[in-house]
Ligand binder design. Structure first.
Ligand code: UD1
Ligand code: MG
Length: 460
């Protein structure tokens, strides 16, 4: 449902993230396979804003374009060359929002737990209240470094005092600024223009627009917000904490969709993992980006998935690895210690153990014996292997690509196949067997004699 007024969004992502001790700007660190900025963008995407401006630091200019490309909303990127505070950062959106009407929501890129629903409620409440400037607030027994929100007798904010600048009495207040700011466009940039950097941090604070709004007789509002949705990431430990919450949410949603997890806390999902109903996921299964699994599958313990599309009633693992470009049709069986990459296994095909299938097409119901290897790489180029419907590859066979095995063909165990095999043919390339009966003891005797002679010669 659209809002009663147009909505614009500014995301502040220019912070250095010093405490991450990283060469990568903080907002490009990822949780559950998506960058922190990506999570915030996804929450904002659901609001369908008219305009979206992302403020990045000078070193993040190039990375951010890729992150933003997948968004449906029109966006612009502005660079904050010098970090002079949250107010200064917001002002970098002046051009991007020029002529925009309605309201503008300002939020931080390092709070990936915020949800579309919570933002939607905050925005609509503010619009319904006809407030000019609104902020999210929460109560906490440990207000620490948060800005303190000072209310008037009617419960409307008079000002936000940053902890660094607060008097002891203000510091004892437990109502904190959650960090989301929503203001009418008509007044936002005007108020920001009146802020100064005469404070403990020497920065332009966005929070100063509250007192300025009151001075101009504008209507301010504080909306209670769930503090857990505002958790910020400033360190690796906080990144891990956020990852844990996101994982829990993803698992809960997946189980809600009819998936069984034997030990949910051991399963690692990615933001885009899709698994069909009645699939069972055993312990310690990992999903990287781009995985879709159908219904009624069994994903056995310790398996690893990325960039793979899996049909229905498929069995994978234990300890199998499906890499990018894997496509498994219905009822395929991939067993332990099998690695698959850029390969299509048609319905009912089986690779039950110890196999590498790379750059290959495997026909329906084909059976790859233990130790089957597609030799896809010659050191310079990759080549394809084609295995026909119902073909049978004996154990420990090397298929040297490019090579094709015809439908129904049978490759004997231990073969190295370098030429195409016609349909329905039997081919074996192993060496011939020579057996000499009662020969082993005679052979050892000969070896002992030679050894004794050598030792006698050395003693002379
Ligand atoms: C801010 C609020 C504080 C609130 C708290 C909630 C201000 C002045 N204070 O404090 O009232 O309780 O959030 O978490 O806003 N950023 C830039 N450019 C800058 C500075 C910051 O883009 O020059 C970005 C950062 O990347 C970050 C966000 O703005 O994502 C917030 O900055 P931060 O320094 O973390 O503000 P806090 O001190 O946490
Ligand atoms: Mg912060």
């Amino acid at each position: 449902m659209p809002f009663s007024h147009p909505l614009n969004v500014v995301i502040l992502a220019a912070g250095k993230g010093t405490r991450m001790k990283s060469a990568t700007p903080k907002v490009f660190h990822s949780a559950a396979g998506r960058s922190l900025l990506g999570w915030v963008l996804a929450a904002v995407d659901g609001l369908k804003p008219e305009r979206l401006a992302v403020i990045v630091g000078p070193e993040a200019e190039t990375v951010s374009a890729a992150e933003l490309d997948e968004r449906s909303t029109d966006f612009s990127i502005a660079v904050q060359h010098e970090r002079k505070g949250t107010g200064h950062a917001t002002m970098q959106a002046t051009e991007a929002l020029s002529g925009a009407t309605g309201y503008t929501l300002v939020l931080y890129a390092d709070t990936p737990l915020v949800t579309t629903e919570a933002l939607r409620a905050f925005i609509q409440d503010t619009m319904d209240d006809k407030a000019d400037v609104a902020m999210t607030v929460f109560e906490t027994a440990e207000p620490g470094r948060y800005g303190r929100v000072i209310l008037d007798a009617q419960g409307r904010p008079l000002e936000i005092v940053e902890a660094k600048d607060a008097t002891p009495e203000q510091l004892s207040q437990t109502l904190c600024n959650g960090g989301l700011m929503l203001a009418r466009n008509e007044v936002l940039f005007d108020l920001l223009g009146q802020t100064n950097d005469q404070n403990a941090a020497g920065e332009f604070y966005i929070t100063d627009i509250v007192a300025l709004a009151r001075k101009a007789n504008l209507r301010t509002r504080a909306s209670m917000f769930d503090q857990t949705l505002l958790a910020g990431v400033n360190s690796r430990a906080e990144l891990a904490a956020v990852e844990a919450v996101l994982q829990q949410r993803l698992r809960a949603a997946m189980m809600d969709g009819g998936v069984t997890m034997v030990a949910p806390e051991t399963v690692t999902l990615c933001y885009d993992t899709e698994v069909g109903a009645d699939t069972v996921i055993e312990p310690n299964v990992f999903f990287g980006p781009g995985v879709r699994v159908g219904a009624g599958c069994r994903l056995r313990a310790g398996s690893y998935f990325e960039g793979a599309e899996v049909g229905a009633s498929v069995i994978v693992g234990p300890m199998a690895r499906l890499r990018e470009g894997t496509v498994l049709d219905d009822a395929v069986k991939v067993g332990n210690f099998v690695e698959i990459k850029k390969a299509h296994l048609a319905e009912g095909a089986k690779a039950p153990h110890l196999t590498y299938v790379g750059d290959a097409d495997v026909g329906a119901r084909a059976n790859l014996g233990a130790g089957t290897i597609t030799c896809n790489y010659d050191g310079v180029n990759k080549h394809r292997t084609v295995i026909g419907k119902g073909a049978f590859i004996g154990s420990n066979s090397a298929l040297v690509a490019p090579v094709a095995i015809g439908d129904g063909a049978l490759v004997g165990a231990g073969s190295t196949i370098t030429e195409d095999v016609p349909a329905d043919a039997i081919v074996t390339t192993r060496g011939t067997t020579k057996t000499k009966t009662a020969a082993a003891e005679r052979y050892r005797d000969r070896l002992r004699t030679i050894k004794a002679r050598k030792q006698a010669a050395e003693r002379k």
